[in-house]
Write a protein that binds this ligand. Sequence first.
Ligand code: PAF
Length: 263
Amino acid sequence: MKVVSTRAELAEARSVLTGRVAVVMTMGALHDGHVELIRRARAEADSVVVTVFLNPLQFAAGEDLARYPRRLEADAALSERAGADLLFAPLPAEVYREEPLVRVSAGPLGDVLEGASRPGHFDGVLTVVLKLMHLVRPDVAYFGQKDAQQLASIRRMVFDLDVPVEVVAVPTVREPEGLALSSRNGYLTPEQRASALVLSRALATGDVAAGRKLIDTEPDVELDYLERVDSTTFELRPDGDLLVVAARVGTTRLIDNALLEDA
Ligand code: PAF
């Protein structure tokens, strides 16, 4: 696996990749959820590019950009083992040569739920995803179902802006007890990790009221939202096909979701 960090090196390494090219975009601190994305890409495409870029544009002041785990060497080893051909790990100044004056707007999808709690977050995500799509020029991009609102926003951007990239969603990878894998799980103490299990249990009830009631029983978990939504628009709907949850456990914000079979 080749590791590059500049646009010029990426362009050169990309030019020799053959066949259908897949990209897996990450912010680093790779875990088994990312490994699953890379493996799926490896199985379904001819060449696999992984990007590791901690995107400052999607973090608001006071969020965890400064403490977000950085471990490029381990990320490179995991990517290579999972089957990546090329790793692009640029610094912010390589991606944002100047402060971007023009950004992608997530529209209404960026204003609700995760977007309401993190204003501007999805604009920052879409801006970097589009830039990385232009730089990597993939045929297909793999994203985790765990970040369901991000996935819906990316799908909508690709549709609205005619981006010639197929978007594939990969099911959430969970710990045996149900906690969805996330790079932020590393912030949790063992006690908080145990408390956080209530989130997947709440989703498993398949019901907003029952799920909220269950989360209320866990004093260390502060619920932000648990709602039933349409998985493409993120509008709240009693007949929506997706249950989404966000909560704070200590200082760590966790999100999770479950597709509903009765929808
Ligand atoms: O899901 C993530 O890790 C990030 O939001 C992404 C898609 C890599 C954009 O920075």
